[in-house]
Design a protein around this ligand. Sequence first.
Ligand code: NAD
Ligand code: ZN
Length: 389
Amino acid sequence: MRAVTYHGTGDMRVDTVPDPTIQHPRDAILKVSSTAICGSDLHIYDGFMPEMKTGDVIGHEFMGEIVETGPEVKGLSVGDRVVIPFNVTCGRCHFCERQLFSMCDNSNPDGEKLEKLYGQAGAGLFGYSHLFGGYDGGQAEYVRVPFADTGHLKVPSHISDDSLLFLTDIFPTGWQAALNADVTEGSTVAVWGAGPVGLFAIKSALLLGAETVYAIDTVPERLRLAEQAGAVAINSSEQKPYEALMEKTNERLPECVIDAVGLEAHGAGVLDTVYDKAKTVTFQETDRPHALREAILCTRKAGTVSLAGVYAGMVDKFPIGAAFGKALSFKMGQTHVLKHIPDLLRRIEEGQIDPSFLITHRGTLEDAPDMYKTFRDKTDDCIKCVMTP
Ligand code: NAD
Ligand code: ZN
């Protein structure tokens, strides 16, 4: 089959690789109908993700049709149309039972590498490095889905792939970001990063009843889409977010703050690369301030900072004084996708939201190398790339 494969920093290719096979009785094989490139894939593309191997199949946002099931797979049949969450989850451990799916105990066979760094390891991930199980991803014609009996959401045939695909990751990620920020009726919210995750955080905050949502970015097309989604745009290359937010909120500042940027903003890498890079970046000196530091300084006293953007390793110069001094709360982590998607599917079915609004680029798997570059460089007004194998 054809699949998008990793060949080093900035080098994604389309290769012919062996078709996946059932390896465990709870596996299923999915024929991919649609797959997307995520901002998290850019951490791989940018060389921030260690333990990648040449030839690894990338991709964790995919859906399609079940074409084969292992003997222990119950409740899922050949021909079923499903969305697959980006986290690989066993569905039966202490954490899965509590719907803390991204913390699954049993789905990351490489977990001990992360335990050395973090003390404990979370779930495996599709198409994402040998720190997270080294599972082949879904930017491919077919993909093996481990624990497929519990790790899927069946979706109705009358809704298009475009409207369902983002249930795999970025819609629930934006949703969890808003919940983690304690957004409720009447909240004032600010979202750093108007990329796909930021745009879903904006939509989610408004669905949860936020009164005003500010969107901070520098890319005009993304800010335009944020405005269309109902946010007030702040272009941080034209206006300092702190000054803009003080003025717009009558000096109260937003109490719910979301970082939908992550590693990209400050150029600090992960794990072994982070120390060197972090040393060369001071928040005051960069012309584009570190999003998280800026977000903390812009949060109202007693407010909540929610990190949806991905961080890894050590990042220095965290303004702990401001966080303590203003009695801030922090929530973060990878999204517990399965926890949120039944509710989000219902909202799509009811017409509360159509997640396809941010698709700007389409192609086949063969277009992946070009699409990665366009999405990375944010050229051609690119917001989200979807491929049909
Ligand atoms: P993206 O790269 O397309 O978007 C990031 C946006 O942030 C861009 O529009 C960029 O211009 C903007 N930005 C960069 N630096 C900024 C700064 N200093 N101030 C304001 N804006 C700034 O990526 P995406 O797909 O939207 O993903 C965003 C983040 O969310 C990534 O780190 C990704 O890994 C992470 N993510 C997390 C989860 C999770 O489970 N928590 C899931 C999916 C994605
Ligand atoms: Zn993703």
